[in-house]
Structures are given as C-alpha cells and as structure tokens.
Design a protein around this ligand. Structure first.
Ligand code: CA
Ligand code: CA
Length: 196
C-alpha cells in the first residue's frame, strides 16, 4: 500500500519531535576555551600560601599575571609565580561556570603547561579542581603530576563527575603546588573546560 501525504506529514512531525527531544535531553557539551589573548577571560587568581618568616606577618610572595613573553597559542599566557622557599604553597586560576540544573555533570579540563626545565626532582606539582564550591585551600585540589616532566609545553588533563545538587554553578581551577624549596614560575595557556 502506498503511503499518502498525510502519513508522510505525521511521520515528519514525529521525526522533528524526536530530534528536538534528543537535543533537549542530550544536549551537546558546553565547552569553554581560553587562550588569554585579550584578558583573564573571567579566570581569577587565588592562592593558599604560608606566612613568610623572613617578612613577619606577611604571606610568601606569589603572583598571577598575563604575559606576552610565552604563549602556547596566540601571544599571551598566564604566568604563575610563587616563592616556594617555605616548601609550601599553592597558586591557581579559578573560574565559576553556570550549568544546567542536573543532579550530576561530567567536567573535563585540559590545558597547556610550560616548565622552563625538566627535572627528576619534583619542584612543583600540577593540580586541578572541579566542584560546586569555590576552591580556597591546597586540599581542595587533585594532583595531576610533576610540573617538571618536560622542558617546554605539556598538556595536562583532569576529569571528574560532580554532584551538583542542582546548584546551577560549578567552579574549576588549575594551578601549581610547591614541591621544592625554591622560587618558581610556570605558565598556563589554552585552558579548555568541557561540561556534559
Ligand atoms: Ca594564549
Ligand atoms: Ca577561590
């Protein structure tokens, strides 16, 4: 039997409805990419550092700045500096992201990380965070590996499932934590956050 026009029309409508439903219930991932070419891209500098015995009442020196001296792509990257002589301290950049209200989401972070030198000793560790609260202390972070695996740029990745409790927002962060008693500088570029 030949399908008439009406049947084609009904089938067409059903196909459209299923496509819209699939799009709504299985949305494509949210992706945030930042190469720091025009500004901080809504990333904020933060740190958890010890007091400096050489400068009573003050924390050790640390700084996060956007620099043109090094870049993985474009002309700028983020430079993280810390005076690690107290063998302690964590410095990072963090960002708040609005998410669709879901009980749990998958967050993947990848970024390019620059170390001036390769070292068998762990001078610093690369760390990352993703969760519902604003990261404030070293313990909030997961360690991804040594910061000194190569001289030059290396890609690091972090992935986790976050139970949002329908909060509607999550925080992500990437940074370094001191592993050796020395001053240190590292760079970060091309941060990519994928949320599913
Ligand atoms: Ca860049
Ligand atoms: Ca913070």
């Amino acid at each position: 039997m030949k399908l008439n026009r009406k049947a084609f029309f009904v089938i067409g409508i059903l196909v459209i409805i299923s496509a819209v439903a699939a799009w709504y219930f299985y949305p494509s991932p949210l992706v945030y990419s930042e190469s720091f070419e025009s500004d901080f891209g809504e990333w904020i500098a933060d740190a958890d550092v010890p007091l400096d015995p050489n400068n009573p009442g003050h924390p050790v020196d640390w700084n996060v700045s956007r620099v043109s001296s090094l870049a993985y792509s474009g002309e700028y990257s983020m430079e993280l500096y810390i005076d690690g002589k107290q063998d302690d301290g964590t410095v990072w950049i963090e960002k708040k992201i609005s998410v669709k209200s879901k009980p749990q989401i998958r967050i993947e972070i990848s970024f390019e990380f620059y170390s001036e030198q390769e070292s068998f000793n762990v001078i610093a560790r690369v760390c990352a965070y993703a969760g519902v609260s604003n990261p404030e202390v070293e313990d909030d972070f997961g360690v991804l590996g040594s910061a000194n695996e190569v001289a030059g740029w290396k890609k690091y990745r972090y992935a986790t499932t976050v139970h949002t409790g329908f909060e509607g927002e999550v925080w992500v962060a990437v940074g370094i934590t001191v592993g050796w008693e020395t001053e240190m500088t590292y760079n970060i570029d091309d941060v990519r956050v994928t949320i599913r």
